[in-house]
Every structure is written in C-alpha cells, then in structure tokens.
Design a protein. Structure first.
Length: 299
C-alpha cells in the first residue's frame, strides 16, 4: 500500500485527527496523573531539589496514623451518597416541570441554571453570609416569622455543618442536572407518549413506561458526573468551613490539599489523591459496565 493510499484509509485519517487532541490530553492530564502516582511513593516538601523514595510509607501513614483521613473518608462517602440522590432528583423534577408549555419557562430555566456558572468560592461567600447566626438571611427570616428557636449556628455546629454545606452545593449544582435532563427529554418520542395517553395511561404510567426508559442514557451521564463532582468537592467546602468545625466537614480532596499545600507533605497529599482516584474508578467503572450490559440485553 502506498503512502497516498494509506492516508485515504478512514482509520489512518481518524488517527491523524486524534493525534493533536491525544497529545494535549497526555501532556495536561496523563502526565500530571502519573506524576501524582509517583509522588505518592516519595517524601517531598515541595522545595528540596531531591525527592526521597519511601515506598508505601505514605499510604501506611494515612491508613494507620492519620485519624483525619478516616473522618474525611466518612464525610466523602456521606457527601457522595447525598449527591447521587438529591441533585439528580431535584434536577429531574425541575426538568419535567420546565419541559411543559408554561409562561416564562426559558427565563426560569436560565434562573435555575445561573448558580452553575457562578464560581464556587463566590457561592461559598454568599452562603456564608446567609448562614450567619446573627445577621444572616436565614436567621432574619426565622426571627421575622417568630421562630427564633430554630436559629442555629449552621456552620459552627459539627452535627449539621456538613449538611448545611451540602445545601449550598445542591443549590449550585442542581441546574446542571436539570439542563442534562432537559436535553434528554427532547429525545422522548412524542408519538409513544400520545399513544400511551390514548390507551388510557396516566401521567405516572407515561413517565414510568415511556419517559424513564428514554432517559436512561441521560441518567447514566448525570449519575457518573455527580459521583465525580462529589468526590472532588473542594472549593465550596474550603470557602464555607475550611473543613471545620473539628474536621466535621473535612473531605478527602480538601485533606489532600491541606497535606500538600499547608503541611508541605506532598507525598501524603499525593497518596490521598491516588486513593480518591481509585475510589472514583471503583465506583464509576463497574456502574458504566453494568449500564452497558443492561442496554445490550434490552437491545
């Protein structure tokens, strides 16, 4: 085969077109990831020209001698479970509501999506003011309604601080799930919907047997992105509580940052990041494979 003939091969053309993107991905994604994995087996303070190889010492330290790691692990699991339930559920409800022909629906869609484009640290600053137990919006509203007994130190009480931060996270992220579900609803066959209604199916039956099956690819995307986003939650937690009070809102991503950038133990910080990466892969990959097999069986 001549060079000209080979360049006309669709597979060769596809490879040529992919090379620039693959090169950029390798430089800015694969190399940093590999560097973090290597760093997790080393001891480095970020300043010394040499890194000391310590094997599995960093992993042994975070698993056996770092109690904050397990607190952060527990909080991350709780956060992830809540992220798999509330943002997708609320986003789906909003999408179903705003997919109807109602007055001003485009404006409402924009309003609900607006928090997504706001920087997380700005969201944290705004919600930190609203959560202020003396001058915050929530305290003022509860006072005006005569419900002073409901006023709490939302971010200073270790029993509710994590959930208070998650409410702010929910407010910011639910619009993203809503937009994905709105896009998925455009693929629902209106012919099947009308046929089901003619056969006497109610709204719930139409949703269960027509809309929901059509939304399965979208649901997969939303859940995978929700897991990834929840496991790397950092900005909004850092801005609202910094992991406090008493580590009650500490997360794995935040603790990895603290170890590396504040304690200057980049090896332990990298080890926590690798653990977080492995957790993400352990959750996402089996789910994607199960979803793929389920779709193949149905098809």
């Amino acid at each position: 085969m001549s060079l000209r003939q080979s360049t006309h091969d669709p597979r060769v053309q596809a490879l040529i077109l992919l090379v620039p993107a693959l090169a950029i991905y390798a430089v800015f994604a694969l190399y940093p990831m590999l560097n973090v994995v290597i760093l997790s087996f080393q001891k480095w303070n970020g300043l010394d020209p040499q890194r000391q190889f310590v094997g599995l010492a960093n992993y042994s330290a975070i698993f056996t001698r770092d109690p904050v790691f397990w607190v952060a692990f527990r909080n991350t699991v709780i956060w992830t479970v809540m992220s798999l339930i509330f943002p997708p559920m609320v986003g789906l409800l909003l999408a179903l509501s705003l997919n109807q022909k109602i007055f001003g629906r485009n404006g409402l869609r924009a309003i609900f999506y607006l928090p997504v484009i706001i920087a997380p640290i700005a969201v944290a600053t705004m919600w930190k003011w609203m959560y202020d137990p003396f001058f915050g919006l929530f305290s003022q509203l509860l006072t005006s309604w005569g419900m002073q007994g409901w006023i709490k130190d939302w971010l200073g009480n270790r029993d509710i601080a994590l959930y208070s931060v998650f409410v702010a996270y929910l407010w910011q992220t639910v619009g993203f799930s809503m937009v994905l579900f709105l896009a998925g609803l455009q693929n629902v066959s209106q012919t099947l919907v009308e046929a089901a209604r003619i056969d006497g199916a109610g709204r719930w039956a139409v949703f269960k047997h027509v809309t929901l099956p059509a939304l399965r690819p979208t649901i997969t995307i939303v859940l995978v992105l929700s897991v990834i986003s929840s496991l790397k939650a950092f900005d909004i937690v850092y801005g609202l509580t910094g992991g406090g009070p008493a580590q009650s809102t500490q997360m794995l991503a935040l603790w990895a940052f603290t170890q590396a950038m504040q304690i200057f133990d980049f090896g332990r910080g990298a080890a926590i990041s690798v653990v977080l990466l492995l957790i993400t892969m352990a959750v996402v990959i089996p789910y994607l494979r199960w979803t793929q097999k389920h779709e193949e069986v149905e098809s």
